[in-house]
Design a protein around this ligand. Structure first.
Ligand SMILES: [Ca+2]
Length: 210
């Protein structure tokens, strides 16, 4: 990390053509250089990513077109947030379009998790659309509490066109029975039923090329 044009002498770092600096100040310079180099590396990597805010770490759905109701949830596959599709009583859908650079065949990747409900009506449908709105391919998410990854190599014939990834979630409900009081048999227990919504979550949505 030490530039070739510096020498270290008696706890001082001397730039051959510049002023003498104390070691602490020099370390600051080196740290700043490191930050600049690191930032450059991150920028270079991000330039191969075609999806904006695919990890939802902004804590919102910035970059996505929303239909219905979605929210960032502190339930990330990586990082802090994922995106919850739907609300109690409403479905939720997000979509984002991206331009496939000419001559390139990027890979679509995403992670999802579905929470099972009682009615078996929950759904997660992820669709890749061409520039005319035609379906290129579609996935029905498995609803089993676990994170799943899907990867898909986009056909080179779509290079130069605009594609859209769309994610639709339909929540279900689950219930929990809490016993409040159990009198002596044969009288039945008194209980309370708590009903709550369960959702599908998505995270780490990426369309990238190497
Ligand atoms: Ca995330």
């Amino acid at each position: 990390m030490v530039p070739a044009s510096t020498t270290v002498f008696n706890n001082e770092m001397r730039f051959v053509t510049g002023p003498v600096m104390k070691v602490r100040e020099s370390i600051h310079v080196l740290l700043m250089l490191f930050v600049v180099i690191s930032t450059g590396a991150i920028t270079a990597k991000a330039s191969n990513e075609l999806i904006i805010n695919g990890g939802f770490e902004n804590g919102n759905a910035f970059g996505w077109t929303v239909v219905g109701n979605v929210m960032a949830a502190r339930f990330g596959h990586t990082g802090i947030f994922s995106l919850r599709l739907g609300s109690r009583g409403d479905t939720g859908q997000v979509s984002q379009s991206f331009n496939v650079p000419a001559g390139l065949a990027p890979t679509l990747s995403f992670w999802y998790l579905g929470v099972p409900g009682d009615l078996d009506t929950e759904q997660l449908i992820v669709t890749l659309l061409d520039q005319n709105g035609g379906i290129i391919t579609q996935w029905n998410g498995e609803i089993d509490y676990r994170w799943h990854q899907v990867t898909y190599s986009i056909d080179p014939k779509y290079a130069g066109s605009t594609l859209t990834v769309r994610m639709f979630g339909r929540p279900d409900v689950a219930h929990e029975i809490i016993d409040l009081y159990c009198p002596p048999a044969p009288l039945p227990c008194r209980h309370r039923v708590i009903t709550y919504a369960v959702y599908a979550y998505i995270d780490d949505v990426s369309v990238s090329y190497s």
